[in-house]
Design a protein around this ligand. Structure first.
Ligand code: G4P
Length: 529
């Protein structure tokens, strides 16, 4: 096996997602701790520093103390090279969050044991399910009073429509949290509170058949555990690696990130259950990193103006095959020319560092002089190909936007188009008029503030925004549809996107159904291709 293939085999690239406050930051920090990337909990991803240190690039982030962008962290553990794609946990997350999932081979979802599946996470998980991305569940905060375990699993199954398979099982919660029962090893890992700031906890285990177990757990807890094991063995799905890999079965783990309990167990299992970088679909069929030795990558995120003075951008790409070397020339498919990838960067814990080598599965950021778009393919493979595009996700908030000073029309159009090209917003027009009326659609409302701020700050254009009541958007999938003929509901609006594709906007969800009923043969889609 070549060195490159060996390196790629070691890679595990996953996205970590959770509802705000479920414990994603704390869990990530513990992972880094095990990987030796940091040596004391709280030193990198403490609330106070993390949100700034990792992606301190825009005033708006600082002002609000939240991370608008996603970041990537790399660390080594147990012979693996792990890439974590962090996703913004704020409720105003953007389309970037969805796109980040496209660059991952699997996803770890962190759930607060007292809350179950929450609104914001639901959407993200739906994208994972739709893309068949394997989902691993870490149910966190078991040191606090938790929901009933069966109810929690039920919640995940109902909300996300995938089966669950508990790898371990909690014994009590909150003040009565005793630890977890490992179903495969048939032993109990006893909970001990490893205080914040310390490194790794020692886990004591005891066999379930050990006669001391009753003394250790207490009679009531032992009885409950026995009952629950029996129930679980009868009710829950068996572990099946194939179903996990297809994203149809989620292995579930219980623990407490804050007290560092169950984290290493989770990490160890996770690394064996998830896969090394997977083949990706292209217009030339699947490109498998195990058989394609040359470099190929696709851009999944563009981050603008890290340095305002230069108006520069960083294009983040996921390497899908081969190796990357600093300064190498690659063919940019969409630009139809060779480009040199300069200033390649990677994030290691909180540091941004220039790298000289990276492999399939890794994420790198390169300097973008304004030539890349989301979804672009770069490659050194002779028989060229384009990776499958990244779908456009349906925005849920819409506003009509215009510049205050009519003299600044040109800057306004340039700015809004560039920001749309980066994928921060989507722009639409009335379907039968020109560019005068611009409708902006965003996935999270914070993007409206970002747009306003950036147009003002970078393009010196002040804008006015009038919110529109629409919440649902559908692309029309029929070939050459006659928009005039479509009869919808009174709350429907016909628009087109930048590629002149026709779309429909609706205020109410039920109007979509009605419109479909009224127009036989009409095909509507939630994602733009
Ligand atoms: P997020 O990235 O998903 O938004 O969550 P984060 O890790 O920042 O955790 C949110 C809060 O929950 C933090 O408390 C954190 O300490 C706490 N937390 C995380 N995991 C656990 C756990 O396993 N058990 C308990 N009891 N708490 C947990 P905070 O008060 O908001 O911040 P801090 O002052 O502790 O940093």
């Amino acid at each position: 096996m070549s060195d490159i293939t060996n390196e790629i085999k070691k890679r595990r690239t996953f996205a970590i997602i959770s509802h705000p406050d479920a414990g994603k930051t704390t869990l990530t920090e513990k992972f880094l701790l095990y990987g030796g990337a940091i040596n004391q909990a709280g030193s990198v991803k403490g609330k106070a520093t993390s949100k700034h240190a990792v992606s301190d690039w825009m005033e708006i982030e600082k002002e609000r103390g939240i991370s608008v962008t996603s970041s990537v962290l790399q660390f080594q553990y147990d012979g693996f090279c792990i890439n974590i794609l962090d996703t913004p946990g704020h409720q105003d997350f953007s389309e970037d969050t969805y796109r980040t999932l496209m660059a991952a081979d699997s996803a770890v979802m962190v759930i607060d044991a007292s809350k179950g599946v929450e609104a914001q996470t639901r959407k993200l998980f739906k994208v994972c399910v739709m893309r068949h991305i394997p989902i691993f569940t870490f149910i966190n905060k078991m040191d606090r009073d938790a929901m009933d375990t069966f109810d929690l699993l039920d919640d995940i199954e109902k909300e996300l429509g995938i089966a669950t398979c508990p790898v371990n099982w909690p014994i009590g919660s909150g003040r009565n949290f005793k630890g977890v029962y490992d179903r495969q090893k048939k032993h109990v890992e006893l909970f001990s509170d490893t205080k914040k700031g310390t490194t790794q906890g020692d886990v004591q285990t005891i066999d379930i058949r050990d006669e001391n177990i009753q003394n250790i757990l207490g009679e009531a807890a032992k009885l409950t555990l026995e009952e629950e094991i029996e129930l679980m063995d009868g009710a829950s799905a068996e572990f099946d690696q194939k179903l996990v890999s297809k994203g149809e079965l989620s292995p579930v783990f219980f623990g407490s990130a804050l007290t560092n309990f169950g984290v290493e167990t989770f990490l160890k299992h996770f690394l064996t259950m998830t896969s090394s970088p997977l083949p990706r679909m292209s217009d030339r069929g699947e490109i498998d990193p195990m058989t394609e030795p040359d470099f190929s990558a696709f851009v999944f995120k563009i981050q603008a103006n890290m340095n305002k003075a230069h108006r520069d951008r960083i294009a983040f790409m996921r390497i899908c095959s081969g190796a990357f070397e600093a300064g190498m020339s690659v063919y940019h498919m969409q630009g139809e020319r060779e480009v040199r990838l300069s200033q390649p960067q990677q994030l290691m814990a909180s540091e941004r560092k220039i790298i000289d080598k990276a492999y399939g599965g890794d994420i790198i950021g390169v300097f973008d002089p304004g030539i890349f778009s989301i979804g672009d393919t770069l490659t050194t493979v002779k028989e060229r190909f384009c990776y499958e595009g990244i779908p456009t996700f349906a925005p849920e908030h819409f506003a009509r936007v215009r510049q205050v000073d009519t003299m600044k029309r040109k800057q306004f159009i340039k700015g809004i188009n560039q920001i749309a090209q980066e994928g921060a917003i989507q722009i639409f027009q009335e379907y039968n008029t020109g560019m005068e009326e611009i409708i902006v659609g965003v996935v999270g409302v914070l993007q409206f503030d970002v747009l306003k701020y950036r147009l003002n700050n970078e393009y010196n254009v002040e804008i006015r925004m009038d919110n529109l009541p629409y919440e649902h958007i559908r692309w029309i999938e029929n070939e050459n549809p006659d928009l005039e003929k479509i009869t919808g509901t009174s709350d429907m609006k016909k628009i087109k996107d930048l590629k002149d594709r026709p779309l429909l906007l609706f205020v109410h969800e039920w109007s979509i159904r009605m419109t479909l009923e009224r127009n036989e043969g009409l095909i509507l889609s939630e994602f733009g291709r």
